[in-house]
Design a protein around this ligand. Sequence first.
Ligand SMILES: Nc1nc2c(ncn2[C@@H]2O[C@H](COP(=O)(O)OP(=O)(O)OP(=O)(O)O)[C@@H](O)[C@H]2O)c(=O)[nH]1
Ligand SMILES: [Mg+2]
Length: 202
Amino acid sequence: MFSLLYGFVEFVLRREEFRILFVGLDKSGKTNAVERLKTLLTDSLGLEPPRIVPTVGLNVGRMEAFGSNLVLWDLGGAAGLRSIWDKYYSDSHAVVFVVDASNRGRLEEAKAAFDRVMGARDLGGAPVLVLANKQDAEGAAGLTEVAEALGLAGGGGPAGGAPCIVQPASAHTGLGLAEGLKWLVDAVKKSPRRRLVTRAAS
Ligand SMILES: Nc1nc2c(ncn2[C@@H]2O[C@H](COP(=O)(O)OP(=O)(O)OP(=O)(O)O)[C@@H](O)[C@H]2O)c(=O)[nH]1
Ligand SMILES: [Mg+2]
């Protein structure tokens, strides 16, 4: 009896786990963002930028933040690795799409990758945080320019109606990262995706 009650209390008090998928072109700053978030939101230090190498497989960040257990899945963005992304869609509660706002020459390529992610049926309704990263770099495109480049101007989200915001950010200075992640976790909590994915994965 006691163990039943204990199990029930433990179940009720258990923090929900949300899996958040980081995608975006190679060198956009996904791994730096995940490592900086570890430093900002946990007791341990994430890797410093000079120690971070291009991601080939999967880099995982875990943290307790905003009342939830978060698992951050950071995938490699090189062209040959993007076909792996869709293996993670059905188990992800939300997506962070990272854009290198300092590299206008790749914004079109970023939009093509963004459109492919947004068109994935397995991500249906998942909230999307776009990080307009590298704001510390001089002349980086701001929120409006990145939103326009991705076809999100005028406050409109991606087709399908998933909640979506563009957050100016810097994985080097930490600008905008915690605020963006908090918005995303709150959006998941209000989203049907919260139940759908948890049930499918259990
Ligand atoms: N100035 C500036 N540079 C950044 C920022 N974020 C990342 N970088 C640099 O951009 C390069 C790529 O960063 P990564 O975090 O490895 O990029 P990634 O998106 O994980 O790349 P892949 O693993 O290849 O997909 C590195 O030289 C970083 O130091 C930022 O906010 N500002
Ligand atoms: Mg990486």
